[in-house]
Design a protein around this ligand. Sequence first.
Ligand SMILES: NC(=O)c1ccc[n+]([C@@H]2O[C@H](COP(=O)([O-])OP(=O)(O)OC[C@H]3O[C@@H](n4cnc5c(N)ncnc54)[C@H](O)[C@@H]3O)[C@@H](O)[C@H]2O)c1
Length: 391
Amino acid sequence: MRICILGGDGYLGWPTAMHFSLRGHEVVAVDSMIKRHWATMVGVAPLEPTPFLQDRAAHWYKKTGKLIDVVVDDITANPGLLHQIFRDYQPDVIIHYAEQPSAPYSMMNQEAAIHTQQNNIIGNLNVMFAMRDNCPQAHLIKLGTMGEYGTPNIDIEEGWIEIEHKGRKDRMLYPKKAHSLYHLSKVADSNNLEFGCRIWNLAVTDLNQGVVYGTDTPEMDNDPELRTSFHYDDIFGTVLNRFVVQAAIGNPLTVYGTGGQTRGYLNIRDTLQCVELAALHPAKAGEFRVFNQFTEQFSILDLAQKVQKVSLQYHLDTTINHLPNPREEMEQHYYHAIHTGLPELGLRPCPLTDDVIAHMLECAIRAKESIRSVGLLPRVTWKHGMDERRV
Ligand SMILES: NC(=O)c1ccc[n+]([C@@H]2O[C@H](COP(=O)([O-])OP(=O)(O)OC[C@H]3O[C@@H](n4cnc5c(N)ncnc54)[C@H](O)[C@@H]3O)[C@@H](O)[C@H]2O)c1
């Protein structure tokens, strides 16, 4: 297949590019590098330096003989870009990761909230129009998030729900109660994409992904020249990634509130499996297909206790600190999300075992010297935004 990966410099984008390239697909990776800029602006960096995308692609070519084409440009600011790429390249599959991915970032202040929604929603519209005009037969795999649904007091279905109202029935998009202005940008994307399927016959898979954890994938082969950007900070780090780094330097694990908040999680290796399964089993023309992409549910406190337990093997005396919750969210709630679509296509999950946590912890211990204290404590509250004294 010819595969175009938007957001190819990112935590998930670069491993995805290698994964498909190794399996003989043609890959072009597009990225504006804007995430590197956002990270600098909020004073954070990945655990270890992440080589530039062009250098990683050159190293990959040297090592495997396989070419990953790289385009450095902004899909939102340059609406003509994707028209040109899709026209020339005629992708079979477009994998769209290229968005501002952080809830706290979107809640920092007015400017960051507007930037998030503009970057994400307009970028996604640019993808849709460029597909319509240049490669209407392509399959779009779009990364959404489980956070679009919030924590409703009923089961979360996979994107759609049958509703009976006053004796009549219809199949509607599942109602959303998003957790942040970032998550709301994804809700808008989902609505726009469903419209694009209905009106222009686009074929779209919306992957409502849970929280991803993990340091590496097999294609990285422990090679520092091929590593991905692993963030552990309050703005861009996902929770388990942050906990293992906190444990590695003997800091308390920062649980927000009681820690009863429950979400879906998956290993970065499973992200690659899911995206590959979606690509190999495409949505049909006109179909807006939704998968809830996670493998296990945990509460925040479950995760902290798992890390605490494994850290004992490394003689780390890890404590758990319950901080006032900076977010506005329920800390005890019902959570049951259906996620059968991807297993039905063949997903074989990598569960969160002690060995998986131990491997992450070892990576963090190895890079201990470079861990920054900025971002180990939350700086953004949902009520008041970024505490500027801590930037
Ligand atoms: N990592 C997770 O836990 C997680 C969970 C659910 C959903 N997601 C979604 O998956 C996608 C990838 O996540 P990630 O963790 O790899 O994020 P990331 O920030 O590491 O990667 C996104 C990449 O997109 C690029 N980008 C952003 N806006 C762009 C634009 N306008 N033009 C060109 N490039 C642009 C960034 O420079 C970055 O390299 C995101 O859409 C995110 O919302 C991630």
